[in-house]
Design a protein around this ligand. Structure first.
Ligand SMILES: [Zn+2]
Length: 151
């Protein structure tokens, strides 16, 4: 909900109009106890139940409790007002997901190489090499072949 008006002087038209909209909001979206709502003025600090005209007077006289930016005691949800922040976090999450996906893909490839399919393939080549080696006359060549194969 728009709250720029709260920065205006408390006798200004903007503040008074905004205050009315706040009270409307508090009585429709919040949870009034009968005809009373928690007074968010600097004196009552959301600890005192008061009627609309009392809250109105308090908010003109002393203004809002400092730092009371999200009207959680008057029907406003934190998530609805910090939506832009959430969006930013979502974007970061998406980036993480992409990196995570790349990492997983890379890992799968690595695992495929050295994991499931790899050993069979490697083993086949290795046995092929051994078979070749069996036909070799010089053992030193086998070792050389194995080394150059692995590195
Ligand atoms: Zn008050």
């Amino acid at each position: 909900m728009e709250k720029e008006w709260a920065k205006f002087p408390r006798f200004s038209r903007e503040y008074i109009d905004g205050l009315e909209s706040f009270l409307d909001f508090a009585y429709t979206r919040g949870r009034p106890q009968g005809r009373e709502i928690l007074c968010p003025c600097a004196d009552c600090r959301n600890c005192v139940w008061a009627r609309r005209h009392v809250v109105y007077d308090h908010l003109i006289a002393t203004g809002f409790l400092k730092g009371y930016k999200v009207w959680i005691h008057h029907g406003e949800e934190i998530s609805s007002t910090t939506k832009s922040d959430d969006d930013m976090i979502d974007n970061e999450d998406s980036q993480d997901d992409i990196y995570g996906l790349l990492y997983n893909t890379h890992r799968n490839v690595v695992e495929a190489k050295g994991g499931k399919e790899g050993p069979n393939d490697e083993a086949r080549k290795f046995y092929h090499l051994i078979n070749d080696a069996n036909q070799e006359l010089y053992p030193g060549t086998i070792l050389h072949s194995l080394i150059s194969y692995n590195y």
